[in-house]
Design a protein around this ligand. Structure first.
Ligand code: MRU
Length: 355
């Protein structure tokens, strides 16, 4: 895939760009050292960028997939004219299979497919699909801003926070889910300090969350993942704030591996645990956490640290990249619609308007 640099300063809100009829993804594997963009020319490029983690984070994956459908339709229209809908099955399947845990991927594809089914076969589908993808993108940013305000309202007084992985502008359409809450809380003067877990093996906390917070002048210190419990024991932490890749109907939360341990430690230390995610992350078809598909990635990701082999030769690795935090450990789920405290099946159904 072709890569390019922009001739203007890059911000965290530039993670997904549609510019000059092209999809540009800020290559998050290179941050914070280099700000380069991968140019996606078709659905195969887009699916590969999602699989390879050029772009990552559940909502960002969903927005990217929506633009991937635009590219697929452009290609199908060019090659097959009025038979373009039939040519979409293969690229859509590629996009759907790119990563399994983030439900926003399937959610965005479903929305795009619903529009496909309404479009005429005789006209170029790109303008209408692009408008829909842009809408999904813009709505995600708006949801994050609303969620930020709801989440900040829960943080009663100035305190220190812990976050895990990267649930910021880079992981979403912009502003962020967990980092959206932190940004809004910071604007209200409620953030004493942010502790960001470095988040092995991809180091999203060290490379991405720290990059975003430093640029926003929000004080941040990194923790090795195993230090979070000790930091809680030392006192002064009011909340853990994380995002999610999929929330089951009973309130169980899938998020980056290590989130479950963080929730256990939080409960043991009387620290509150908040999950910020848009309603597009809530999967009412998944009854509980056990039915959430958990992605396992290559052992090499654990055996190496940023491409440098670090493990004893011959050792294997177990590398599930998400875990499930049971609803009982979650004090609040915050979406663009508001707050669900101590979530359970009934409360989430009500929140989703399914009662
Ligand atoms: O493997 P990643 O980097 O895609 O995992 C991302 C996370 O687990 C985030 O915390 C989650 O998607 C929430 S992002 C708003």
């Amino acid at each position: 895939m072709q890569t390019i640099e922009l001739d203007r300063p890059v911000t965290a809100d530039d993670a997904i760009l549609w510019e000059n009829d092209a999809l540009l993804l800020l290559d998050q594997r290179l941050l914070p050292r280099r700000e380069r963009f991968v140019l996606c020319e078709d659905a195969a490029d887009t699916a590969e960028a999602i699989r390879a983690m050029v772009v990552r984070g559940a909502p960002a994956i969903g927005v990217t997939a929506a633009y991937g459908v635009v590219l697929a339709a452009r290609d199908a229209w060019k090659r097959r004219g009025s038979e373009w809908k039939r040519a979409l099955a293969e690229p859509l399947a590629l996009l759907a299979g790119a990563r399994p845990t983030a439900v926003n991927l399937g959610w965005a594809l479903k929305r795009m497919e619903a529009l496909v089914s309404l479009l005429p076969e005789s006209a170029d589908p790109e303008p209408a699909l692009l408008e829909e993808a842009r809408l999904i993108h813009a709505k995600d940013v708006a949801a994050n801003r609303a969620m930020g305000e709801h989440g900040a309202s829960l943080i009663g007084s100035r305190t220190a926070l812990i976050t895990h992985c990267n649930a910021g502008a880079l992981a979403t359409g912009g502003y962020g889910t967990a980092l959206g809450v932190i940004r809004s809380a910071h604007a209200r003067g409620l953030v004493e300090h942010v502790y960001a877990d470095e988040t092995r093996p991809w180091l999203q906390g060290a490379r991405l969350t720290a990059w975003e917070l430093v640029r926003d002048d929000i004080p941040v210190s990194l923790l090795v993942d195993g230090a979070a419990a000790a930091r809680m024991a030392a006192g002064g932490i009011g909340w853990v704030v994380v995002g999610s890749d999929r929330i089951a109907a009973n309130g169980d939360v899938a998020n980056k591996i290590g989130t479950y341990a963080l929730a256990l430690a939080a409960r043991a230390h009387g620290v509150k645990f908040m999950v910020a995610a848009p309603t597009s992350t809530i999967d009412m078809n998944c009854p509980d956490g056990a039915s959430i598909p958990i992605e396992t990635r290559a052992a090499e990701e654990v055996l190496h640290c940023i491409d440098v082999p670090v493990a004893a030769e011959g050792a294997g690795a177990w590398n599930p990249v998400f875990d499930v935090t049971p609803a009982e450990l979650v004090d609040a789920i915050v979406t663009e619609r508001g707050v669900v405290e101590s979530p359970d099946t009934r409360k989430l159904a009500e929140h989703m308007g399914k009662t």
